[in-house]
Design a protein around this ligand. Sequence first.
Ligand code: GTP
Length: 237
Amino acid sequence: MAKKAKYKRVLLKMSGEALAGEGYGISNEIITQIAKDVAEAVDLGVELGVVIGGGNIFRGVAAAANGMDRASSDYMGMLATCINSLAIQDAFEKIGLETRVQTAIEMAEIAEPYIRRKAIRHLEKGRVVIFGAGTGNPYFTTDTAAALRAMEINAEVIMKATKVDGIFDKDPALHKDAKKFEEINYIQVLNGGLKVMDSTAISLCMDNRLPILTFNMTVPGNIARAISGDPIGTIVK
Ligand code: GTP
């Protein structure tokens, strides 16, 4: 039997670093693979919102640590997410997906401004909506933006795509016996300092009972597996 989406509407959060591969910037090969994976997921019948980070181009937190004014560096990071949003829009449309980019900071010549009701309408029409420029505010991460947008569009789950298979009790890169959790709760994540998302994002999800599925997106086909409800990754609820 053909697979179907387990969820009606999902917010997918991808890291900017994932686009870079080994280097800096945007790897054409990687975004093409991501587009294929997203198309496979959309074919299952899910409505998909996407938030992408900007760390492959500019990391606001790192620049602030080096002495730059935090608000300025965060704004630069937000602009980086817009560059990535346009890059993935291009890759998605090349393989036939319908998309819209909406940005939290207005740049109407480049993309639509973020309008919640319009975003929902696009989703209902089967378009992948890519949300750029984070929340539009400094001091908030793109994880928090993803949590916020997920809530606003009434997504059933936020899927955090990473380079690891899920959440482990210790660093799997350093410890061979690290154990992966299938399910864990928000408080365990917060108290354990487990690096799933920052504490603002986790708290927002917890307060609004939004589950977070974290999984490895570097395995081709995993986005569709997650959307169809295959038991991959770790779910925080
Ligand atoms: P529906 O008519 O509701 O199906 O949505 P639509 O997005 O197709 O209609 P609309 O006329 O709003 O948009 C047509 C095209 O213009 C789409 O590619 C939009 O992304 C784009 N567009 C709409 N508003 C803006 C804007 O403020 N800035 C930019 N740059 N593009 C926009």
